[in-house]
Structure formats: C-alpha cells, structure tokens
Design a protein around this ligand. Structure first.
Ligand code: ADP
Length: 244
C-alpha cells in the first residue's frame, strides 16, 4: 500500500469521527435546550389559563425566569465552545497577565462563594508578573469555569484556593484546588466530555450546563496547555493548568 492510501484512510476515519461527534453534540444540545423550553411553555400555559391562584403567579414567573436563565447560560456556553472549536481562529492573541485574569475571576465569584458558604482565596501576587501570549477571553473562561466548579461542587464551610506561579521550567501554572465533594476515579477521564456530569441532578441544581470543563479543555488546547486533575471523593479536587 502506498503512503497516500494510508493517509487517505486516516483522513476518512478522522472525518467520520468528527462528523459523528458533531451529530452527537447537536443531538445533546437540542435535548438540553428542549427541557427548559418545555418547562417554560408549561408554566406559561398555566398562567394563560387564568386558573393559577394569585399567590402562585410570582412562583411560576420565577420558575420561568430560572429556566430562561439556564437556556441563556447554555447558549452562551455553546457559542464559546464553537468559537474555540475552530482553534481560536480570528480570536486575537495578546500578552496576558495570568494573575490579573485570576483576580478578576475570583472577584466575580465572591458573591456566589458567599452564598454557598465557601471561602475562596487567591495567592499573593507573584513578584514577577506571570505573562503569556494568549486569547484573553478564553483564559478568563478557563479560570472562571474551574473556580466556579470548585465553589459549586463544594460543601458549606469548604475552601477554594487559587494560585498562579511560574514553574522552574518557565511555564505559567494555574492551580484551582477545593475541599469539596471530589470526583470518583472512574469519572475523572470523562468530565471533560461535552455534557458529561457525574451527578446530573446536582449539576442542574447548581446551574451547570455540562459544558464548563469542555470549554476549559478547548481553551487549554488552543494555548498548548496541559491539564492535570487530582481528586478524592469526600476530600476535594485540584485542577492544574500548565501553559508552556
Ligand atoms: P457543569 O456545568 O455540570 O458543572 P462541567 O463540564 O463544568 O459541567 O463539569 C463536568 C462535571 O464534572 C460536573 O457536572 C461535576 O460532576 C464534575 N466536576 C467538575 N468540577 C468539579 C469539582 N471541582 N469538584 C467535584 N466535581 C466536579
């Protein structure tokens, strides 16, 4: 067999894999979007019928708003993923201070952490700035999603600590560790898959879409970064992202 034939076979197999992944993603995304839509139209129908008691109107409106918010988050995540899917083409790279990015993500999550009774802290600013050339928005999404998960999958009284440093070999390293519920060993390989959740009802309860870590994985890939996860059920998790 000639070299070209082998390459063509591989190319065809790759195309098939990609097409299958796309189909699967579209099916999953449609399903995820349909669920909140059903809930919204169900409640709207009840309100329309005029049979809802006065005191329940507010409750139903609240449920409609919550489901609409879920849909918005889902659509935002899908857009973020599809932009990263193209390898960040058209997304401008700039010199980014990773510590500043972490500081603004932590700041944005202060209120959510307080509500969850979780203490979130960021290490002191490194003496020398941790700089890397990257896509600012994708880097922010990476830190934000990891910190948000560390808060969401935590327990009251738990802690989240975020560190940014330069390793001995000159890599920019971000670590997000928590004292939360942890991830079972058998799920560790799969949490970066789109829509994969260890506990679907818990994820929905805390406002998860199942796309957060896929966004993190894609953003890391776009920056040639490596992700490591260390986790123990009942003790917590630590995610490390190493940017070369
Ligand atoms: P979600 O939107 O459901 O949070 P993610 O893609 O961000 O989706 O994460 C996938 C799943 O991985 C989550 O549903 C959760 O089960 C698990 N997970 C992610 N981060 C953590 C963490 N820090 N501690 C425990 N479980 C986690």
């Amino acid at each position: 067999m000639g070299r070209d034939e082998i390459d063509l076979d591989e190319y065809r197999a790759e195309l098939e894999r990609t097409s299958l992944m796309r189909q699967e993603f579209t099916a999953n995304a449609s399903h995820e979007l349909k669920t909140p839509l059903h809930v919204i139209s169900g409640y709207a129908e009840l309100l329309e019928s005029g049979m809802v008691r006065e005191e329940d109107i507010k409750v139903f409106a609240g449920k409609i708003r919550a489901e609409a918010m879920r849909m918005t988050k889902l659509v935002e995540d899908i857009i973020a993923l599809s932009r990263l899917d193209s390898g960040g083409v058209g997304m401008k790279r700039e010199l980014v201070d990773l510590y500043k990015v972490a500081a603004s993500a932590v700041e944005a999550l202060t209120e959510a952490a307080r509500t969850a009774e979780v203490e979130i802290s960021l290490c002191p600013a490194p003496e020398r700035p941790v700089l890397l050339r990257g896509i600012p928005h994708a880097l922010y999404s990476t830190v934000y999603n990891l910190c948000e998960n560390a808060v969401k999958y935590n327990v009251p009284g738990g802690k989240v600590s975020v560190t940014v440093e330069t390793s001995e070999d000159g890599a920019a390293v971000l670590t997000v560790s928590d004292t939360g519920i942890g991830i079972p060993q058998e799920d560790l390989q799969r949490i970066f898959e789109r829509f994969y959740r260890v506990d679907k009802s818990h994820s929905k309860e805390v406002g998860g879409t199942g796309l957060g870590l896929s966004i993190v994985k894609h953003a890391a890939m776009t920056h040639n970064a490596r992700i490591e996860v260390d986790s123990e059920v009942g003790r917590g998790s630590a995610f490390t992202v190493r940017f070369p």
